[in-house]
Design a protein around this ligand. Structure first.
Ligand code: AMP
Ligand code: MG
Length: 417
């Protein structure tokens, strides 16, 4: 058995990022840049007003002038070419271009008007309230390095410099194959000893959430020929996830069939609970994950190894979930020789975090996974501890970090002095 770190290194080390494709800007949402992006335009592209107010010459304010003649009106989207002379002001709106000759905007709240005459009541510094051309972004600025995730702000930034298409890595196509003669789909009648296939469903969602394209290949019964046929089909994808059949049972055919089909084994067995019998290998550039059959073991294996691999395939530089230290709200049970990932729920506690486990931790108990938003890691050989002990917790999708730490409102909570 190898450690989590060794396993993760082996997985990430085997990843060859997928080739790039160019997609329309909106389709790049959630994906990663395949190359650094250099700005083709400046932002702002012209000097403009940051306020509704009056544009004047700053030097005249410095010299003590407080009265100006308003000679022109400049709404956003218009363009004035006539230079303003001494003692002249332009009424200007936020975002409207500054006319030649002036360099300072007095916000409207700091002015009064007597007939044609503008009176400045509070004089700003020269140059105030003006957004200079290219002060945010100059032509040629690097906006993002390669591997940056494009979220809403990034997509908006690209729109603001007129990027209509973006080079991103292709989405990995991920074959999902459940194994087990006992498995039936939801809705099918259950015979004696049969159970529902849930792994295909959890994997489908996990793949989608990690930016992959899930391809469901159904269920392989515990039969060598059927496993061969379906695994061969699965190997035509970028990533293969089989669940079940990788343990030491009489009918655990997955490893044997992987070998027969030319999958190069990188490891089998990680010192974790759940998830010990994980088998990982490669065939060409295809990553082949044989995750254990127990539903929680399958999901946890995905979180720990498959998800980072899918992100790495997409060229992402940030592969990991956030981790926080959190204090146990109940005594922590001892561990034995493996790192244990315990399903838990994170809680805001003061300025930090607490957690409670979500019930029985058996690796088949999917319900406690559904209730969890974190995985608390207990190192091997942990002697057990009282409530209050701190553990590292991996934040899962929809974690407490996404809920406000106080009931309801959007305002920040008061911080104790
Ligand atoms: P295995 O690793 O094949 O021995 O499976 C371990 C346990 O997980 C057994 O109880 C299986 O019935 C169960 N299991 C395997 N595959 C699935 C699946 N796709 N959905 C739900 N449970 C499964
Ligand atoms: Mg099985």
């Amino acid at each position: 058995m190898i450690s989590i770190h060794e396993a993760l290194d082996a997985v990430i080390g085997a990843v060859r990022p997928l080739p790039a494709e160019e997609v329309p800007l909106l389709e790049a949402l959630g994906r990663a840049t395949a190359a650094a992006i250099v700005s083709p335009e400046a932002v702002p592209s012209f000097d403009n007003s940051a306020m509704d107010g009056f544009a004047v010459r700053g030097a005249e304010l410095v010299a003590g002038r407080r009265e100006f003649r308003v000679v022109v009106d400049i709404p956003a989207g218009s363009w004035v070419t006539d230079e303003l002379g001494a003692g002249e002001a332009a009424r200007i709106m936020t975002g409207a271009p500054l006319p030649p000759g002036v360099d300072t905007v007095v916000q409207v709240e700091h002015t009064g008007q007597h007939g044609e005459t503008l009176v400045v009541m509070e004089s700003p510094e020269p140059g105030a309230n003006v957004r200079r051309a290219a002060e945010d972004i100059a032509v040629g600025d690097v906006l993002f390095p390669r591997g940056a995730r494009l979220g809403p702000a990034e997509i908006g930034l690209l729109a603001s410099v007129s990027c209509e298409r973006v080079a991103v890595a292709r989405r990995p196509r991920v074959a999902i194959l459940a194994t087990g003669s006992e498995l039936r789909l939801p809705g099918q009648p259950l015979g004696p000893g049969q159970i529902r296939n849930s792994n295909s469903f959890t994997a489908y969602g996990q793949v989608l959430a990690a930016g992959g394209e899930p391809v469901l290949l159904g269920i392989a019964r515990d039969d060598l020929d059927e496993t061969r046929r379906l695994l061969a089909e699965a190997l035509e994808h970028d990533v293969v996830i089989t669940s079940g059949g990788v343990s030491v049972g009489e009918y655990d055919f997955v490893k044997q069939v992987q070998d027969e089909l030319g999958v190069r084994r990188r490891f089998w067995g990680v010192a974790t609970k759940p998830g010990k019998p994980l088998a990982f290998g490669t065939r060409g550039d295809t990553l082949v994950f044989g995750v254990p059959g127990n539903p929680v073991a399958a999901m946890v294996s995905f979180e720990m190894y498959v998800r980072p691999a899918l992100l790495a395939l997409q060229g992402r530089s940030d592969l990991h979930r956030p981790y926080v230290f959190a204090a146990a709200e109940e005594p922590v049970r001892r561990s034995r020789d493996r790192t244990e990932a315990r399903r838990c729920r994170l809680l805001h506690r003061g300025r930090g975090w607490g957690f409670t486990t979500t019930g029985p931790q058996g690796s088949g108990i999917l319900r406690s996974m559904a209730m969890a938003d974190g995985l608390a890691f207990v190192p091997p050989g942990y002697p057990g501890a009282e409530a209050g002990a701190e553990l590292l917790v991996m934040m899962l999708e929809g974690s407490a970090a996404e809920r406000p730490p106080f009931p309801g409102g959007p305002a920040a909570p008061a911080v104790a002095p």
